[in-house]
Design a binder for this molecule. Structure first.
Ligand code: VGL
Ligand code: ZN
Length: 209
């Protein structure tokens, strides 16, 4: 079975948000259009408590972009974003949410960040995503969303490791580019690790039905 995964299309990652991905809003119509082609649709949401260790504001003397050690893991510090219950943590109202069957919340532990929709950054705690996809007999994952060089990147790598045939839909993702070539490096690495990079227009040809 094929599934569409929509990563973190939340207000804070869109223009005007606290951690805006440049042109992040441009992918929303592309994702809305893709949705009709799938029967299994899952979305993830970054869902941080206000005291989250990835926020620069919780580390006096640090600013976003600094890198620290957070419980022995290298951690880039971000502006406050996707705080549980805040408007910035909502899925974009422009995203069609009617067809999404399951939402995966991540990043709830203040001690460890969680870029991937499958695991925390220490690969210790698993979300319910893999179990859900297994229950639905999903073997091929089509991945979209934000940000291409952070949460999408880590989700794609975990999907490959878990054995999914993994497609990244290149016009349905955008990168934050904290460093200017982060997204191109991430795309190259995903491809090198076995992800198929395709455009939304190619999707019908790839669907098993
Ligand atoms: C993300 C930075 C921090 C993302 C989440 O969804 O790509 N990026 N938290
Ligand atoms: Zn986050």
């Amino acid at each position: 079975m094929d599934a569409l995964l929509i990563v973190d299309v939340q207000n804070d990652f869109l223009p005007g948000g606290n951690l805006a991905v440049p042109d992040g809003d441009q992918i929303i119509p592309v994702i809305n259009n893709l949705q009709k082609k799938f029967r299994i649709l899952v979305a993830s949401r970054d869902w941080h408590p206000a005291n989250h260790g990835s926020f620069a504001s919780n580390h006096p003397g640090h600013i976003p972009g600094d890198v620290i050690q957070l419980n022995r893991l290298e951690q880039i510090l971000w502006p406050d974003h996707c705080i549980q219950g805040s408007p910035g943590a909502e899925l974009s109202p422009l995203l069609n949410r009617n067809l999404i069957q399951r939402i995966i919340f991540k990043g709830t532990d203040p001690e460890v960040d969680s870029y991937s929709a499958f695991f925390d950054n220490g690969h210790k705690i698993e979300t319910e995503l893999h179990k859900y996809l297994q229950k639905k007999n999903v073997n091929r994952l089509f991945i979209t969303g934000l940000a291409a060089d952070v949460c999408v990147y880590f989700t794609v790598k975990d999907a490959l490791q878990l054995g999914y045939k993994t497609f990244l839909i290149t016009d349905a993702t955008k990168g934050v580019n904290m460093k200017s070539d982060d997204t191109s490096n991430a795309l190259t690495d995903m491809k090198q690790k076995g992800a198929q990079l395709i455009t939304s227009g190619q999707v019908p040809d790839f669907l098993t039905k």
